[in-house]
Ligand binder design. Sequence first.
Ligand code: NAD
Length: 490
Amino acid sequence: MASTRTPHQIRNFVAGQFIDGVATFEKRSPVDGSLVSEVHEAGRVHVNAAVDAARTALETGWAAASVQKRVTLMRRVADIIERRFEDFVAAESADTGKPLGLVREADVPRAAANFRSFADTVASAGLHSYLTELNDGRSALNYAVRKPLGVVAVVVPWNLPLLLLTWKVAPALACGNTVVVKPSEETPATATLLAEVMAEAGVPAGVYNVVHGFGPDSAGEFLTTHPGIDGVTFTGESGTGSTIMRAVAASVKPVSFELGGKNAAVVFADANLDKAVDGLARSVFLNTGQVCLCTERVYVERPIFDEVAAGLAERARALRLGRPDDPNTTTGPLISLGHREKVLSYLKLAQDEGAGVIAGGGVPALGGDLDAGAWIEPTLWTGLDNSHRTVREEVFGPVAALIPFDTEAEAVRLANDTAYGLAAVTWTSNLERGHRVAQQMRVGMSWVNTWYLRDLRSPFGGVALSGIGREGGEHSMHFYTEPTNVCVQL
Ligand code: NAD
């Protein structure tokens, strides 16, 4: 058992120094419950010091540094992440229990890509100016100077810890902001490793700070209620977004929120069924269903309902749950026993609501150490409809409800009948229908015949309970900079 080894110490990073907190808490592996690390929880005093350090760094050079200098440093950060690739893979997998193959394929490459992509965006950003001509013969030159927002609070969740963190830190720093980062208490390691990378790359002390801890009455609340921050970029649950919004409302700080989802897929009878079922299996089960974009509602045109249900159930049963370092593992555990309690409560609720279980439905018996982990069976339900809570509330696990429909209009209505609005997928071979349906989806991201295919320049975010604002490429620059318009009469 790994619990007898000396635990790895995870410290806060403030003004270029690793510092202790007011207490420590244990980070345990969701794979087998073994001790991964001891994390130093930041108190209010440490959060205050981090915000002060970020302010000082902002005002003593970083905001005024040339774009060339910032962009060069961001590219260097990407290079060092790639050099330390396996360190990041090991840290991310230890905290989350994700299969190593998934972390190597998705999480760590995206972290490097985030720094390169936003370096490119900022390096190539154009200046927009225009002439104003008045009827009385006067004219004026208008141009907008984009300035950093300032000290940005970055609060992120546990499901894609490094990927989502760098998605925000890279554009924030490239635009000349300084940041105080609050990673999830479940996944403190890679944000801390990134601090080492920042220091090695030569990013000045105070530009990137990390405070560890929880949400309420801990580092998350201390940071988001701090008067010294200039804005909050947050990814996490919709309820937490609402709390943070209230925290910054009094001082009218800008927020960028990427929140929860209850995402729909719509499968028409004219779809390429093999491709659709493979795509559905990926969108329901990837990362044990713990991607905000994952599908939890699958609407299937009635004539193909049984075939799609059988195909998806077969793929669910083919998933291999196991240790991250086993090359046959396709699926890791949930993030924690606490989160599994939540997912299990929905498995029970689905039963109470009369669901038929066509795959999974409980806790797998994996044996040995793994029985202390947060494992759950990939689960599919039939017999539910949009009136059921299981179909309306975000579960955030490897689960989906399959529901039949008869017409295109009904499919669109059912998909849009939700308080959320993050992502949707349409599976069809009819080109016109694909475009027509995709545009009607009331979401931020609407895919056709694919899922999670991303261009980092495209807008990312959600509507309704799924968020506020968009990030990605120039959309990120709108959040991380403030324009001052200058008007000169000629
Ligand atoms: P969470 O909201 O519980 O926590 C997210 C972060 O907020 C953590 O760092 C947490 O410590 C902090 N936090 C919690 N309460 C706080 C408070 N009162 N004040 C300040 N900070 C606080 O979310 P989670 O469980 O870590 O992540 C899962 C959720 O994230 C799901 O709802 C998922 O859909 C969502 N998510 C959304 C996206 C997206 O892009 N839309 C991406 C990934 C995850």
